[in-house]
Design a protein around this ligand. Structure first.
Ligand code: FNR
Length: 335
């Protein structure tokens, strides 16, 4: 029998999204800057602390031999590049106490590490994951359409809001409410904000599609492969909330220009899953480390071309929405 976690990796690598909303967002650049390239500052803040770079490796895997090998490479990449690594859902390790496929703080003391669990898990299991991994924060993922499409998926959802409320109130670490590539709707953000959630990873459509993955794993509803809102559309829908809650963006991020577009739309930081997975599965680790270091240089370069010395300044950049996004063109107030 094939392992579910290995299926996810295989199908995620095989899938190319037919549409990526970043291609329809154009940034208005600057011809007369006031800043030197050397003065560009990549630091950002979210989940109660400062981060040296505004991108991170987002939740992927754990719970199989292949997942373990991938996590070891991701941990080395993250540690050597000073990036945050978020593990895949820790539920596999909760079911199997001998599982050693997830990075933990005790094994990687210098790693910036967070972990992840499904919203279907009650507080006690979320607490167990936090005790085991010792993360800087816990991502709680919502994946309604994925569960519905999985033959073995969850069917009872009415408990989800109270599970979230308990975790937010009682856990000793910050909680990030996270989508898995379908985009997060405004009503969900507002409800969770009222429960005390301060940080949201809105993970939108445009990269990995868990509808596609579950349809490849035996589902028969390929017409739902494009379910959800794109990452840019989701960010546009939430823009007026970005001073009130911390928005993290992910879903279809391929390179530093996509990252900058998320930051322009008010994200505090940007998560990458598939792009990093493909790199570490196809290239030697030293090569991947050089690519990721290059991303930091490229972020500085693009920020300079937009005359923005800080991540916060990017929120003042004008942009044009094309194609499917064109009715949401926004004029920004100048600094
Ligand atoms: C994921 N993702 C994910 N998300 C989550 O919250 N818990 C998880 O366990 C997993 N597992 C997982 C496995 C694999 C192989 C992939 C590629 C992705 C979803 C991920 O964190 C992210 O939200 C989406 O993949 C969208 O980002 P990309 O892949 O388009 O950059």
């Amino acid at each position: 029998m094939s392992n579910r976690k290995d299926d996810h990796i295989r199908h995620a690598l095989a899938y190319q999204s037919p549409y990526n909303s970043f291609d329809e967002l154009e940034l208005i650049h600057c011809s007369l800057p006031d800043v030197d390239l050397a003065d560009i500052d990549l630091t950002t803040q979210f989940a109660g602390r400062n981060w040296e770079v505004p991108f991170y490796i987002n939740a992927m895997t754990g719970g199989s031999e292949r997942a373990k090998a991938i996590n070891l490479k991701l941990a080395e990449l993250a540690e050597r590049c000073g990036l945050l690594l978020v593990t895949g859902s820790y539920s596999a390790a909760l079911k199997n106490p001998s599982d050693d496929s997830f990075p933990t703080k005790s094994i990687h003391p210098a790693l910036l590490l967070a972990t992840n669990i499904g919203i279907d898990k009650p507080y006690a299991l979320a607490h167990q994951a936090v005790e085991a991994v010792e993360p800087l924060f816990l991502q709680v993922h919502v994946n309604l359409m994925q569960e519905l499409l999985m033959p073995e998926g969850e069917r009872a959802f009415a408990q989800w809001p109270s599970n979230l409320a308990a975790v937010v109130q009682k856990l000793p670490v910050p909680v990030v409410l996270k989508e898995v590539g379908f985009g997060m709707d405004r009503q969900t953000v507002l409800r969770a904000r009222d429960m005390g959630v301060k940080t949201f990873d809105i993970s939108g459509r445009g990269g990995t599609s868990f509808a596609y993955i579950e349809n490849q794993r035996g589902g028969h509803r390929a017409y739902l492969d494009d379910w959800g809102q794109s990452t840019v559309q989701t960010l546009l829908n939430l823009q007026d909330l970005t001073d009130e809650v911390e928005i993290l963006a992910s879903g279809g991020v391929r390179h530093p220009l996509d990252m900058v577009k998320c930051l322009v739309l008010g994200a505090k930081a940007v998560g990458l899953s598939r792009t990093v997975l493909e790199l570490i599965e196809t290239q030697p680790l030293e090569e991947v480390i050089a690519i990721v270091e290059g991303w930091k240089d490229d972020l500085r370069l693009i920020m300079c071309a937009l005359n923005c010395p800080t991540v916060a300044d990017l929120k003042t950049v004008d942009y044009i929405c094309h194609g499917r996004l064109k009715n949401t063109y926004q004029k920004r107030e100048k600094r």
